[in-house]
Design a protein around this ligand. Structure first.
Ligand SMILES: Nc1ncnc2c1ncn2[C@@H]1O[C@H](COP(=O)(O)OP(=O)(O)O)[C@@H](O)[C@H]1O
Ligand SMILES: CC(C)(COP(=O)(O)O)[C@@H](O)C(=O)NCCC(=O)O
Length: 329
């Protein structure tokens, strides 16, 4: 542990930085030890099936990083269930609807949020208590392309103004109120658009994982000065996936070039024209999308939300996590 839970006054500048940091930071090897006797319930084949294109995550990485995370989350879920029961006793309430534990996962485009979310979903669902775990991504809450085109926002896809934030807040309120069969809209990376009239039903899960670039964002106060809730008000735990900007840039461009050989070849792909152009021209398109949309969004709207996270997974080369920072309570 690089900063341990020190009680003595820090002796030098480096330990002072750790002492005053709101996070405990661990190397991946230190973090791995916290898994204790948590069993590995995934197989190598399952990990391969769960990972996104170009994400080399393997069983060792699940063992090193995700088992401790799964164990930590189980203590948070148990703690919140206990608090729920104690509060009901305190208020002499019976027959109160249990509400799902919500985990938010944030980070840049192409940093690997989807893989983390899918691995976590499987690990949590395999706890001995067999909780019902659902996963929803925020892309379904983007405005449809027709609206983005009309509002001249196609070059701002992923920026705060491209999402129907009201719909996200209504969705999360319904989930937290314990409503059955709450509809989440769906997005297709193939058509690059929201799927009209297609929804995922979220039916009172024990745990909901809510993943997207924008989940830790707040909004500017409206002109009438009314205080409005923010998405993370609904979270019981939040995770930010972090990496060097240049590293994420490489992952984005590599993935785009790989998609050119796979998904973009589909005749219904919004990007099919980029499968037909030569390599150099395609690289230029990827660089342009990175530079003018995703990098700008990372710097302006995503990275500034990192300090809100309860846990930060900092990745190095090959998507492997190098440092884990956990907020001090
Ligand atoms: N144009 C695309 N076509 C097909 N799949 C895509 C495309 N862009 C992204 N994806 C897939 O969508 C998922 C989400 O990608 P993204 O929003 O960049 O987040 P992250 O890489 O952090 O999971 C990933 O699994 C990725 O492989
Ligand atoms: C759909 C996204 C905004 C990510 O959405 P999220 O699920 O994180 O809300 C992103 O993958 C995207 O398409 N960005 C636009 C620029 C680009 O095509 O890379």
């Amino acid at each position: 542990m690089t900063n341990a839970a020190q009680t003595a006054e820090p002796a030098d500048a480096a330990s002072a930085a750790d002492y005053y940091s709101p996070y405990h930071s661990f190397t991946a090897e230190e973090w791995a030890k916290f898994r204790a006797d948590t069993p590995l319930t995934l197989t190598a084949d399952e990990v391969q099936r769960l990972r996104s294109l170009d994400d080399p995550i393997n069983l060792d990485e699940v063992r090193r990083i995700y088992l401790s995370l799964s164990r930590l989350l189980s203590t948070h879920v148990e703690g919140s269930q206990l608090l729920f029961q104690q509060r009901n006793r305190f208020l002499s309430l019976s027959d109160v609807t249990k509400t799902p534990f919500i985990i938010g996962i944030a980070g840049s485009v192409a940093v690997g949020k989807s893989t983390t979310a899918r691995i976590l979903k499987e690990l949590l669902a395999r706890w001995p208590s067999s909780p019902k775990v659902d996963l929803i991504t925020t892309d379904g809450f983007l405005y449809p392309n027709a609206v983005l085109q009309r509002e001249n926002l196609m070059e701002r896809k992923g920026f705060p103004e491209s999402y129907d934030i009201g719909a996200i807040l209504r969705f999360l309120s319904a989930i937290k109120a314990g409503e059955p069969n709450v509809q989440a809209p769906r997005y297709s990376h193939l058509t690059y658009d929201v799927l009209p009239n297609e929804f995922t039903l979220v039916d009172r899960p024990d745990i909901l994982i809510f993943e997207g670039i924008n989940v830790l964002q707040s909004r500017a106060l409206p002109a009438d000065g009314k205080i409005v809730p923010i998405v993370s008000d609904f979270f019981d735990f939040s995770i930010y996936i972090d990496a060097e900007e240049e590293q994420i840039h490489q992952w984005y461009v590599q993935r785009f070039m790989r998609l050119r050989e796979t998904a973009f070849r589909d005749p219904t792909s919004f990007f099919k024209k980029y499968a037909a152009i030569d390599r150099e021209a395609a690289m230029a398109v990827a660089e342009n999308l990175w530079e003018n949309i995703n990098l700008k969004n990372l710097r302006q709207n995503i990275l500034p939300t990192r300090p809100r996270a309860d846990l930060i997974l900092r990745k190095g080369r090959n998507h492997f996590v190098e440092t884990v920072s956990l907020r001090k309570l």
